[in-house]
Design a protein around this ligand. Sequence first.
Ligand code: ZN
Length: 246
Amino acid sequence: MATVNIDGHDVAIGTARAFEGLRDAFGRAFPGVTLQVDDGLRDIEVQRRLYADYTSGRSPIRAAYPDENAPHIRGVAIDLVDSAADAGVKTAGTERSNWIREHAHEHGFTAAGFEFGEPWHVELDGDPWSEARPGALVIDGVLGYNTIKRWQEVVGTDPDGEIWSPSVLVAEVQRRLNDAGARDASGFSLDVDGVGIESNIGRTVGPFATIEALQAYVGIEPDGVLDADGSDTIRRVQGRLNAGQF
Ligand SMILES: [Zn+2]
């Protein structure tokens, strides 16, 4: 299984590709500061040592039980640091830490460490060993040809880069949203009719029940609308697609 060495740490290839996107966006947000990897893939011996240090009280840093489910052993987890001298991504509540919390998902990561006092710890929401990431989508919130095509590739429908009416892609998305528990106000699942998501290039789309369900699925407050030329909902979809999943 392929790894990439970043800042002296081995990182699983899929996690590394996603990190590169996160690092690039961080660099644009904070010119002159570089996001770096402080720890990546661990072997079981290292995890055993960290776990022993944690459980014995020698170290305050939490460590997962040393087996194949530990996030740093599975390859999904990386610990972040940045190149500036002041408290940055290592400390919750700083501007750069807040940025990670807010934007990690756009690059396929969950800012998981905020749940347990380690704001520097993020986990990939996807296959850490997947090399299938030919050119990441730009996270611009625009549902255009490239994003539609990648969405089609990820869910396995014909990748023609277009949403027809009805659309095979939208029907597949509706099926998946229903499987994930999508319900309307009356408690009914979505109609799998292939209608209800359209490109938002130059126009606001909706409100549609399918968009509302999509928003709930990606963790956006549902209003059923895709804003013209830049939707937070589509940004989150793009982040997931960049991690090779929907
Ligand atoms: Zn970690």
